[in-house]
Design a protein around this ligand. Structure first.
Ligand code: HEC
Length: 395
């Protein structure tokens, strides 16, 4: 397949992944909100947990939630599962097109660990499966009954996974894998617990029995986890645009803090919808953590100041040897069909135009060159930094 058709495949998969993801997270947010918004009706009905009135798109809707199941199974019952399955599938194919087909560029960083492509891909797939098994066992163990303790253990394990990925893959791939791991857990929760348990409950009803409330309880536990994981997983998916996060030497700390922020914000909305008050302190703490991250990412132990002078000739030499194999009107690097993100760095004018982006990608962080494909040295990064710090002059 040509590089360009691989780019198109990437585009179509990403588009699908976004659309399915919106449908999944949208419906999941809606149901969480609905659950949280249920109130006792005027006349309590047996088996009914609560009810809610809604208005949307020019009509009124009335919903009742049954604690276990209604007395009779309705003739038509709507299920919500394909949003989740297709989000995962499109995401996995996207991972394949980008990080597996382009393993040398995106997945592997020889400075982190000089893996072969098959080994790196094997580790990636195995880690997703293993992550699910460990999580699922934890939920089913006695620990699963203690939500707060389970959350703490889950968080520590997730941070450990983040740290572990960063010791194996490129920084960018490490972040993305945390997202892939969370996404896999969330979809597996739907496919392996939530939907099967709902099916069992329905089967019991059809057999004339009362469904076992344990099924609903297990499904609720996984659904609660998915709820708190939505914001962190979304961050991990968009993180590859922000090298100041994954590219930081303590990238795993940053990701851990972002996960806390995501959880706190979600918690604020959950409490608010349950009518348990507007606990703005959760938002305030999140905001303070974001500010903390701004300062933390500004501090980089590797390159804090840029002394010295760098002329455009020297800088251009560095860029020509380290960047333009890819960032040119006609890239020569194997697998690169056109200048990535439209960034061309062949003339001093182009270099000045992209100076801020160069600073972000190749000086402040080592996001570029990907996997340090062209073996850029620290001195060269210093040189670019000094040129940019002095105003990116081209004459
Ligand atoms: C091996 C090919 C390759 C080399 C060499 C390379 N880049 Fe890149 N560059 C890429 C790819 C691929 C992307 C797009 C990444 C993505 O999809 O997010 C990119 C993106 C960028 C971006 C845009 C980032 C964004 O998200 O908008 C900048 C700026 C950049 N590179 C600068 C550099 C600099 C500076 C160098 C040299 C020090 C360099 N690159 C070397 C492949 C390369």
């Amino acid at each position: 397949m040509t590089d360009l058709s691989l780019d198109w495949l990437n585009l179509v998969l990403r588009w699908m992944h976004l659309v399915f993801g919106i449908a999944w997270i949208g419906s999941s947010f809606f149901f969480v909100w609905l659950d949280n918004s249920l109130r006792q009706g005027q006349q309590p009905k047996s088996g009914v947990l609560g009810e809610a009135w809604m208005i949307h798109g020019g009509g009124f809707y009335f919903t009742e939630k049954y604690s276990v199941a209604p007395p009779q199974l309705p003739p038509e019952l709507h299920w919500f599962k394909y949003e989740s399955y297709f989000t995962w599938l499109s995401g996995f194919f996207l991972l394949g097109v980008l990080y597996y087909a382009g393993a040398d560029l995106y997945l592997i960083d020889p400075n982190v660990l000089p893996l072969s492509a098959p080994a790196a891909i094997g580790i990636s797939v195995a880690s997703l499966i293993l992550g699910w098994i460990v999580y699922d066992r934890l939920c089913k163990s006695p620990l699963g009954n203690n939500t707060a303790l389970l959350a703490c253990i889950g968080f520590v394990m997730l941070v450990a996974a983040t740290y572990g990925y960063a010791q194996v893959f490129s920084a960018r791939a490490a972040y993305l894998h945390v997202g892939a791991l969370l996404g896999t857990i969330m979809t597996a929760n739907v496919a392996m617990v939530i939907i099967p348990n709902q099916k069992k409950a329905v089967a019991q009803m059809l057999a004339g029995q009362t469904p076992d409330p344990a099924y609903g309880k297990q499904a609720k536990q996984r659904s609660l986890h998915n709820n708190y994981l939505t914001l962190p997983v979304l961050f991990a998916m968009i993180s590859n645009h922000y090298p100041m996060t994954y590219g930081h030497p303590y990238g795993w700390v940053i990701l851990a803090v972002v996960m806390i922020i995501g959880g706190l914000v979600r918690h604020f909305f959950n409490l608010k919808n349950q009518g348990r008050g507007q606990r703005y302190e959760f938002l305030a703490v999140s905001f303070a953590l974001v500010i903390g991250l701004v300062f933390f990412t500004a501090w980089d132990p590797r390159r804090s100041d840029f002394a010295g002078d760098a002329g455009i000739e020297e800088v251009q030499k560095v860029v020509a040897s380290r960047c333009t194999a890819c960032h040119a009107a006609r890239p020569t690097f194997d697998g690169i069909a056109e200048a990535p993100k439209g960034v061309m760095l062949e003339t001093p004018q182009q270099m000045r135009r992209f100076a801020a982006a160069i600073n972000q990608q190749a000086v402040r962080t080592e996001a570029m060159p990907p996997g340090n494909a062209t073996e850029m040295t620290d001195e060269e990064r210093q040189l670019l930094g000094a040129w940019i710090a002095a105003g990116a002059k081209i004459d």
